[in-house]
Design a protein around this ligand. Structure first.
Ligand SMILES: C[S@@+](CC[C@H](N)C(=O)[O-])C[C@H]1O[C@@H](n2cnc3c(N)ncnc32)[C@H](O)[C@@H]1O
Length: 198
């Protein structure tokens, strides 16, 4: 029973696919909107920056980054989510302010030292290889670049201490976490902040 439920949740939210994945995308776009907006506000993308958005799902946060940054690049392994994000960001894609492609946190397809910032909301728990992902995100960030990863605390599956150690092992400095309460029905989120030395 529990295994069936976990499988259904994975098809809807973790690795969205088919009709269930589409429905999951609609739910995420509503339920996670505040968490996405908060992460983007804290990141504070500026008009001259290129930002990598990891696991944008239906593209709510990706759109917010695209409206503020020089360019937002979204990488997600789910075809269904890429389609949803393309719909949501259609005008920004035409204006070359948003790019979308298949990829994961550990395999972004991005050139080394090519982005100013990276943001990931509610997908750390499904990264297939977390240490490799931290190395990849360190690799693609420019010197002085910054990373924000936000994930619902209940879904984390790893201690904050271990997360900090994994990010430091990849080369990140000034790594720290904080707990973000969004209120209402939204569960608390752990936010991890990390920098690439200038
Ligand atoms: C729960 S959804 C969150 C989507 C969106 N960020 C939000 O908060 O609404 C998880 C997303 O992570 C994507 N994903 C799955 N495996 C991934 C990986 N290894 N790296 C990056 N994203 C991944 C899924 O396709 C899905 O779009």
């Amino acid at each position: 029973m529990a295994t069936k439920l976990m499988k259904a949740l994975d098809v809807a939210f973790g690795h969205p696919r088919g009709k269930v994945g589409e429905l999951g995308g609609r739910v995420m776009a509503k339920v996670n909107a505040k968490v996405e907006a908060h992460a983007v506000d804290v990141l504070g993308p500026t008009a001259d920056e290129t930002v990598l958005v990891v696991g944008p799902g239906p593209g709510v946060g990706l759109r917010l980054v695209g409206e503020r940054a020089f360019k937002a690049i979204g990488v997600d392994p789910s075809e269904v989510m890429l389609d949803k994000a393309r719909e949501r960001c259609a005008d920004l894609i035409v204006a070359s302010r948003v790019e979308l492609r298949e990829g994961t946190a550990a395999r972004t397809g991005q050139e080394p030292s090519s982005v100013d910032a990276v943001v990931s909301v509610d997908n750390l728990q499904v990264w297939d290889n977390r240490p490799a992902a931290f190395h990849e995100l360190f690799r693609v960030l420019k010197p002085g670049g910054r990373l924000i990863v936000s994930a619902h605390r209940w879904a984390l599956g790893v201690s904050e201490y271990d997360l900090i150690k994994e990010a430091e092992a990849a080369g990140f400095t000034e790594v720290r976490t904080s707990l973000q309460q969004h209120g209402g029905m939204i569960p608390p989120a752990v936010q991890l902040f990390a920098n690439v030395p200038a």
